[in-house]
Design a binder for this molecule. Sequence first.
Ligand code: GLN
Length: 201
Amino acid sequence: MKIGILAVQGDFAAHAEMLAGMGVETIEVRTREDLAGCDGLILPGGESTTQLQFLQEEGLYQAIQKFAAEDKAIFGTCAGAILLATEVKNPKQESLGLLDMTVLRNGYGRQVHSDVVRGSSSLKKAPLEMVFIRGPIIERVGAGVEVLAEYAGKPALVQKGRLIASAFHPELTNDTTVHERFLKMAARKSNGTESRGIARR
Ligand code: GLN
């Protein structure tokens, strides 16, 4: 299994480091060719406006939409979640429109208000450590979008099919829970069975 990580800007290296620690092969994605052959894609945190512009310039915008249409797994963290959303506010911004939700950019405050908190999730009993860095508030989720974790009464981790998005940064903690979930999604074939070759810890 090979996971692509969009490596334009932002904290892509932190995702690569976490996946390396889990024994998973990764590739930095900057072109459509890089994306070909990936079983899953991570859209990291950073500045969604800059990332969006790059995706449009490099033709990756359509390539990622096609990747999703092929039912490949995509994980968006923070800016990546903004790119996945169907509606972006504060300010209004174009996006890939893949995951039915409305996000409010910088909804948890500016950089100074960034914080490490604990929230409850359906992924494990112990609380999930959540690092917020000018993260978006997930204001609304559409039908069929599952809320896997919440913070301050708002969805913080959501999933629909093979798309998963977090308002926080699991890659900046030592907790691999969310990445494990994503790898399971990426390893599952369309008929619901897991493909061979997923690295186990
Ligand atoms: N505030 C950034 C944006 O709106 C996201 C911040 C992040 O990814 N940590 O794009």
